[in-house]
Design a protein around this ligand. Structure first.
Ligand code: ATP
Ligand code: MG
Length: 451
């Protein structure tokens, strides 16, 4: 079915030209605008009115930078493929084709209804429609159900998205409990958008998310991880944490034992604000730390918590390198809090000299400041200062004989050589030996006697 080409009655109220979104639209790079207009013109010539939709319109209205460009019309994928020779179907069952312009790809969708979400993530059936209002009903939030006609400048707002945008309120299109049960990814999108715009949830939104938190099982590990990473690197990670925690999603994402989510005031929130200082490294490490309930960490063995962290990260299919990095940082940070000078001098140097050292020290300091005993943060700072003052040979003593040399001197390969290398290095890190000759002499006194 075709919609009529916009006639003068459909054209925007003359005020639209002065509306902020129109100004923001005009400020988009001309090449991007031209691409959108070209798609809309081609469709209009064939009787279809095309709209820019979703995040692009939301961001235009907010005056933010616009990311991907999504458009929608009543033209079915087959019609669209016929009209745009360079178009490719990328989700034909969902009615989406990609139109590649000179420098821009536009995803052009068909107005659609979605029905039945048996897997808690994807609709079982999609029906095309010529109704913009029906298309709006399947979208997640009112702010994401705004439509902008790039030819006439009209903004269609069938769900009250403009009022919510103006008030800074995130609201689902329709009953939140139903929308979350349909698609668990929307739970994470709640946290993402609340954090990104620093908005308030509509009344009942987080409670409904909390009730629906089990819907997260339908969401793939990759998607969960991707959403977490976006939130961690977004503008208000602490707000994301707050929303995730209120909706019970930290526990649901990382595994039941990882965090005790309760809508009560959470002691981790001030910590989250501090952790933002770790940018640009604020990532999984920080989320893992945030996943820990500070009340628990003193009560349960650290090794148990670490095993839980590892299991949580594996469940999210964190790439091996990042997993190792995250666990190394978590282990180091915790250990550093327990170490003292001079007894643990070598351990402290070995920890801080690694590439993860600065992050470990920063985390330990932040944690100590928030949750430590009086004086803990100052002690961690003193360790950092002490480490920074060490000469290079106290950090990586290059004068020490290597394994081959020790073997030539009669130390057998195997565990004993390992013990020898570690013991001599410890003595060097503690400043008890400062040359190769001293190392040899030290081992001849302290090493095992030849039998
Ligand atoms: P971003 O700026 O991060 O791209 P976005 O809102 O544009 O945010 P997209 O994933 O690009 O997000 O999706 C485009 C639009 O599709 C959304 O604005 C929304 O209208 C709709 N949408 C996306 N994901 C969902 C979902 N899981 N459930 C319902 N509607 C969705
Ligand atoms: Mg988008």
């Amino acid at each position: 079915m075709q919609l009529p080409h916009p006639d003068p009655h459909d054209l925007p109220d003359p005020q639209a030209a002065h509306a902020p979104w129109w100004t923001h639209w005009s400020a988009l790079p001309p090449a991007r605008r031209a691409e959108v207009v070209a798609v809309a013109r081609t469709l209009a010539e064939h009787g279809y009115r095309a709209w820019l939709v979703g995040g692009a319109v939301r961001d235009l209205v907010l005056g933010h930078g616009v990311g991907d460009l999504d458009m929608v019309s009543a033209a079915t994928p087959d019609v669209a493929l016929g009209l745009f020779p360079r178009a490719r179907a990328i989700g034909k069952s969902f009615g989406i084709v990609q139109v590649d312009g000179a420098g821009e790809s536009i995803e052009l969708a068909t107005f659609r209804l979605e029905e039945g979400y048996a897997d808690g993530r994807h609709p079982d059936r999609v029906r095309f429609t010529d109704s913009l209002e029906l298309d709006a009903k399947r979208r997640d939030f009112t702010c994401n159900a705004l439509y902008f006609d790039p030819l006439g400048g009209e903004l269609a707002d069938p769900t009250g998205g403009m009022a919510d945008l103006g008030a800074g309120v995130l609201r689902t299109v329709g009953e939140p409990s139903e929308r979350f049960a349909e698609d668990g990814l929307r739970l994470l999108r709640v946290a993402r958008f609340l954090a990104r715009f620093d908005w308030q949830p509509a009344p009942g939104l987080l409670e409904a998310a909390y009730q629906a938190r089990a819907s997260l099982v339908g969401v793939s590990a990759e998607r969960i991880l991707g959403e977490f990473q976006r939130m961690a690197n977004g503008p208000h990670p602490a707000r994301a944490l707050w929303a995730l925690q209120q909706a019970g999603l930290l526990a649901a994402s990382f595994g039941a034992g990882q965090a005790v989510d309760s809508p009560a005031e959470d002691r981790r929130l001030p910590l989250a604000e501090d952790l933002v200082q770790l940018r640009p490294k604020f990532g999984l490490v920080a989320w893992m730390v945030l996943g820990l309930d500070p009340d628990w960490t003193g009560l349960r063995p650290w090794s148990e918590l670490q095993a839980e962290m590892a299991a949580g990260l594996e469940r999210l299919r964190v790439p091996r390198g990042e997993l190792a990095h995250t666990l190394a940082v978590a282990a180091g940070w915790r250990a550093l809090l327990a170490w003292h000078l001079p007894d643990d001098m070598a351990a402290i140097v070995r920890c801080l000299r690694e590439t993860t050292g600065p992050l470990v020290a920063q985390l330990a300091w932040i944690w100590a400041k928030r949750y430590g005993q009086p004086g803990d943060a100052e002690r961690v700072q003193a360790l950092r200062d002490w480490f920074a003052s060490l000469p290079p040979e106290r950090i990586r003593p290059r004068f020490l004989p290597n394994g081959t040399r020790w073997q030539a001197l009669g130390v057998p390969q195997g565990p004993e050589l390992g013990r020898c290398l570690a013991a001599v290095e410890t003595a060097a890190l503690e400043g008890r030996i400062a040359s190769e000759a001293e190392a040899l002499a030290w081992w001849s006194t302290h090493g095992p006697r030849p039998t």
